[in-house]
Design a protein around this ligand. Structure first.
Ligand code: ZN
Length: 296
């Protein structure tokens, strides 16, 4: 596992020529209207220490991300699963997707915590792409959909912790027959082990605002209502870490007890056992991203 730093900026000749001079490969995208310079630097790169000082207090965007090694995957017994979004058309109309699909009694629009699905997803149409066996939505990141042949494969291999139900067509309310939602019913007990800077409270000028949003000039609206519940930002420089005890005798698909996300969005993260990881990887299904997690 290594940390990768991504730097990007529009115009800064001094920094650009400095980075060029020390041999950092720059990716430059240029159009009539804008110019974007970006580069990626491995944390273990000897030049990173000096670069860090050089870019301090300059108008340069710095984002950290993780790159996992084969050993990280081999040594992990549980994984975060993300299904790439497809081109599913979201139904239009007055009935918002939240009201149509979720029980909103415990939902807080300020932090996004509390959506509980109690009705099938409504889709405008089945999707065109037939290549993907597991599919996602661009408006509900944690929803997973599955094609019948993949569902059969899961059933044949006794993948546990899921039920399958058809989403429905928005206009006709007819079930979409060649697509299922893979519903995950098991919520883990509490057991996320956060680092100090991951916790975010739903309140005015919260930790996230103080740390990051403040500098972007985004001002939270006064008069919002807040629920004072806590969620966590996704870690950027280490794996999601959980107490291993909470994984005793749980099925292959589970959701975290804790909510994760930034700003207005929150989800309970979908986790899968290595059995699911091994099966999906061996089938070479596309569009599915696994991230190893750490158990302590
Ligand atoms: Zn809230």
């Amino acid at each position: 596992m290594k940390i990768i730093h991504r730097l990007s900026f529009n115009k800064n000749e001094e920094i650009e020529s400095y980075l060029n001079g020390i041999g950092i490969k720059l990716e430059i995208t240029e159009s009539k209207l804008a110019r974007l310079v970006q580069c990626y630097i491995d944390d273990s790169d000897g030049r990173w220490f000096e670069i860090q000082n050089k870019i301090k207090n300059k108008d340069i965007s710095h984002i950290e991300g993780l790159e996992y090694s084969k050993e990280d995957f081999d040594n992990s017994s549980w994984f975060q699963i993300n299904v790439s979004e497809s081109v599913y058309p979201q139904p239009e109309g007055n009935l918002g997707y939240r009201e149509a699909t979720y029980n909103l009694e415990k939902y807080c629009p300020s932090c996004g915590i509390g959506l509980i699905q109690n009705k099938p997803f409504r889709l405008k149409a089945d999707i065109k792409t037939k290549n993907y066996k597991l599919l996602g939505l661009h408006w509900a990141f944690d929803a997973i959909f599955i094609r019948p042949e993949a569902k059969e494969m899961f059933e044949k291999n006794s993948i546990s912790g899921v039920t399958y139900s058809h989403p429905i067509l928005d206009k006709s309310e007819k079930p979409i027959s060649n697509l299922y939602q893979l519903e995950i019913k098991t919520i883990l007990p509490k057991g996320y082990i956060p680092t100090e800077d991951e916790q975010v409270t739903c309140k005015l000028n919260n930790e996230e605002y103080e740390r990051t949003l403040k500098n972007t000039g985004l001002v939270p609206k006064q008069g919002n209502t807040f629920c004072y519940r806590i969620k966590f930002l996704y870690p950027r420089t280490h794996m999601m870490t959980f107490d291993k005890k909470i994984f005793n005798n749980v099925p292959d698909f589970v959701k975290t007890n804790e909510w994760f996300g930034s700003g207005f969005s929150s989800v309970q993260v979908n986790l899968v056992s290595e059995k699911v990881y091994n099966l999906v990887t061996s089938m070479k299904w596309r569009g599915i991203v696994f991230k190893p997690i750490e158990l302590r």
